[in-house]
Design a protein around this ligand. Structure first.
Ligand code: GTP
Length: 378
């Protein structure tokens, strides 16, 4: 894979950015999945000290392993109950992944307190870091993957320094069960943690791009119906919370079939991009344009229906002043749309009701001769 400096900067910026609403929504679902998986893994963790005891391992290590596994099981249930709540706690993924990493470190510290080489050479417990880092990939938030990886590298690095500082002689770092602890092998483990962090971060990046693609219309790069379905419930919540109004405008281009028939499908595509460019240029903050079908768009305006009507009508007039040129040398042709408006929450408290109401008014606009915006039932 060839990555230029600019591309690397783009990947890093995207991983460090706070995900948008949809990605956070998916991340919240991911948090619940992580919490369920953690609970299952924690239960399986209880088997490890058991296997150690059955395999003739030391009693102290078995007790430390069992104690660690029990604590992880109790916390796993706490994280699960928090993730099940409807409320989105922004700190929860950071706190729970910090717990996953720190639990591993604490078990390693306990092992080191019992027998120094065990703290650094216990491969089984060290794998807890790998699990903690890999789990973050399910949250589709690059910041959490990088946070967990950095924390694991930091904590393990400090443990290595502490053990080497505490060992008064090289013999103390030799063990018949765990082999010899060397700086070289510890450096390798730190590099491995970096590699796992990098891979996990790239998985998150790919996942974010795929989600982005599934919510974007390929022709106009506008958000699509999938985006609308995911975004609208949160937008409704926020409008309700702030006591604001929201208007949904259903926009349909007039006689669009004629452009395709007269100039071909490619010209039709360019006409769609022309309309979107004009609408984008005119869009103000608090307005979201979505392509929901062929030549059908939804414009969401955080405004009461009267003000929204004035806005959409101004956009309709502005589009009329920007004719579309189907081919070089051909006469420019004026484009127009008809629109039906519906207000949230008084005319519909969910998306399908609002769309139905707006569609009725759009049909009225078409029947009344097109190039018209209708905000009331006639
Ligand atoms: N070029 C192109 N055409 C599209 C696209 N999506 C839908 N269309 C065309 O848009 C046209 C819509 O036609 P109709 O639903 O009959 O509506 P209309 O011609 O706009 O007429 P009114 O809506 O009644 O004003 C059809 O010819 C579709 O093929 C697209 O992505 N590209």
């Amino acid at each position: 894979m060839h990555m230029t400096g600019g591309r690397i900067r783009e990947v890093v910026a995207s991983l460090l950015a706070r995900p948008d609403e949809i990605m956070l929504e998916i991340g919240a679902g991911g948090e619940l999945l992580v919490a369920r998986l953690r609970a299952a893994l924690a239960a399986m963790l209880l088997l490890l000290p058991l296997a150690n005891a059955l395999g003739g391992g030391g009693i102290n290590e078995t007790i430390i392993g069992l104690g660690g596994a029990l604590v992880v099981n109790v916390f796993a249930q706490v994280w699960l109950s928090l993730a099940r709540r409807r409320r989105l706690y922004r700190w929860l993924p950071f706190a729970s992944s910090a717990f996953d990493v720190t639990a591993t470190t604490l078990v390693l510290v306990a092992l080191a307190a019992n027998h120094l080489p065990a703290g650094l050479n216990s491969l089984i417990v060290w794998c807890g870091y790998i699990l903690a880092i890999l789990l973050t990939a399910l949250r589709s938030d690059g910041r959490i993957a990088l946070f967990a990886g950095t924390l694991a590298i930091g904590q393990y690095g400090l443990l290595v320094l502490a053990v080497f500082a505490l060992a008064s002689s090289p013999e103390q770092l030799l063990s018949s069960d765990y082999g010899s602890v060397t700086l070289g092998s510890q450096a390798q483990r730190l590099v491995l943690l970096m590699m796992f962090t990098l891979i996990t971060a790239m998985v998150v990046y790919r996942m974010q791009r795929l989600v982005e693609l599934s919510g974007t219309d390929g022709l106009t790069r506008l958000p699509n119906r999938t985006w609308l379905l995911h975004r609208v419930p949160r937008l409704f919540d926020s409008v309700r919370h702030d006591g604001d109004s929201l208007t949904l405008a259903l926009i349909d281009l007039d006689h669009f079939k004629r452009i395709n028939d007269a100039h071909g499908h490619h010209a039709g595509d360019r006409a769609l991009r022309h309309v979107v460019a004009v609408l984008r240029e005119l869009a103000e903050p608090g307005e979201w344009l979505v392509r929901i079908g062929g030549e059908e768009f939804v414009l969401l305006l955080r405004k009461p229906i009267g003000t929204a009507w004035e806005r959409v009508d101004a956009i309709r007039r502005a589009l009329g002043e920007r004719p579309f040129q189907p081919e070089r040398g051909a006469d420019a042709m004026p484009l127009s749309f008809s629109a039906g408006l519906a207000g949230f929450p008084h005319e519909g408290s969910d998306l399908s009701r609002l769309l139905r109401r707006a569609d009725g008014r759009l049909q009225q606009a078409k029947l009344q001769g097109r190039n018209k915006v209708v905000a009331r039932d006639g």
